[in-house]
Write a protein that binds this ligand. Structure first.
Ligand code: FUB
Length: 340
């Protein structure tokens, strides 16, 4: 093991509510789980949280992660394999600091790991690394994806074979610095009765290494077709994009950040717009909320994280999984990660 943190004792949960799920692994801290089914197994691409000793701030400097470990399992509830270091920041030529929430995809015999990291000027961009194995190790491309910025890539492969990347996150994720399309360190999250900043997306090229079209802003709208407003912190997009398809509809889900919900909208196209539907996951222990949704052997699952194992340290999280249920009308039952 390369980790320096110690393993918290099992009784560390005694002052927290009883969770509906246990951490998938307890010898390292993991977060931001992006789950996929590859080779009939579930592979989870999480952030690898560490104690870097950096004080908490709104920029997220305390999330100073330096490598990725990939997890896999043959069955939900069965043994979980930690495949060790899959990519180290030392081996990403353009990286400065902070390896945040990754995602992965498979195409034509190659696995792709997409990752946000700050460059040497402290600006987040999204990189890609390749491997012949879903568990890595991955080899990073020499430069970030051209035209990429901000954080939290989520790659969705549609049933017609096209692949799309959704990305972006405000505050520490720097999306508010790209409002004009050019980087501006003074960019701020809008306030009040103006539309909220939307997540970004672009179709990926056939080789999965580039954007195949200009980056677009996508809209989450209310039932009247109006974009969610900047003041609507309970519903507006903050970070942690995820896309999945169910019964022919496109489900875009995300974190509301400072109000701590995983919320979602449904649309008829991967480009949206997505009509806001409600909350998938209520706030968890720890500031961040970040998830993925995947179908495995006919059952849908929500992967998420919380900070119970670290006794509530926001930057030391643990990945968990629980079942996700649809109502007959296609909306999703809200999940409370804790027993009432
Ligand atoms: O893990 C670092 C950041 O915290 C992620 O990129 C965000 O989505 C939040 O979970």
């Amino acid at each position: 093991k390369t980790e320096t943190e110690t393993t918290p004792k099992k009784d560390s949960t005694e002052h927290f509510p009883k969770s509906i799920a246990e951490p998938l692994v307890t010898d390292i801290y993991t977060a931001d789980p992006s789950a996929h089914v590859f080779d009939n197994k579930i592979y989870i691409y999480p952030s690898h949280d560490i104690e870097a000793g950096i004080p908490e701030n709104d920029n997220g400097d305390h999330f100073d992660m330096r490598d990725y470990h990939i997890l896999s399992m043959d069955s939900v509830g069965g043994p979980v394999t930690d495949h060790g270091v899959a990519l180290d920041i030392k081996n990403i030529p353009w990286a400065g600091r902070q390896l945040w929430a990754p995602d992965a995809a498979f195409s034509k015999g190659t696995y792709y790991l997409y990752f946000p990291v700050k460059d040497k000027e402290d600006v987040f961009h999204i990189g890609v690394a390749t491997s012949k194995s879903p568990a890595g190790p991955f080899t990073a491309q020499p430069k970030p994806i051209a035209g990429s910025y901000s954080i939290d890539p989520a790659v969705f492969q549609d049933t017609d074979g096209k692949s799309y990347m959704y990305f972006g996150g405000i505050w520490g994720g720097q999306l508010q610095r790209w409002i004009t399309g050019k980087y501006d360190t003074l960019g701020k999250e809008p306030e009040g009765d103006v539309p909220a900043i939307g997540p970004r997306m672009a179709r990926l090229s056939k080789d999965m290494l580039k954007f195949d079209e200009p980056v677009k802003e996508i809209k989450v709208i209310d039932k009247d077709g109006k974009p969610l407003l900047a003041k609507d912190h309970d519903r507006r997009f903050f970070e942690a994009s995820w896309m999945h398809k169910y019964n022919g509809k496109y489900y875009f889900s995300y974190s509301t950040g400072d109000t701590h919900f995983i919320a979602y909208g449904i649309g008829d196209s991967p480009y949206g717009p997505f009509t806001y539907q409600g909350v998938i996951l209520k706030p968890v222990i720890g500031w961040t909320n970040h998830h993925s949704i995947v179908e495995y052997k006919g059952q849908w699952y929500l992967f998420f994280h919380d900070s119970i194992l670290s006794k509530g340290k926001t930057h030391l999280r643990s990945v968990k999984v629980t079942r996700l249920q649809y109502r007959p009308d296609g909306t999703i039952e809200t999940i409370n990660a804790y027993r009432e």
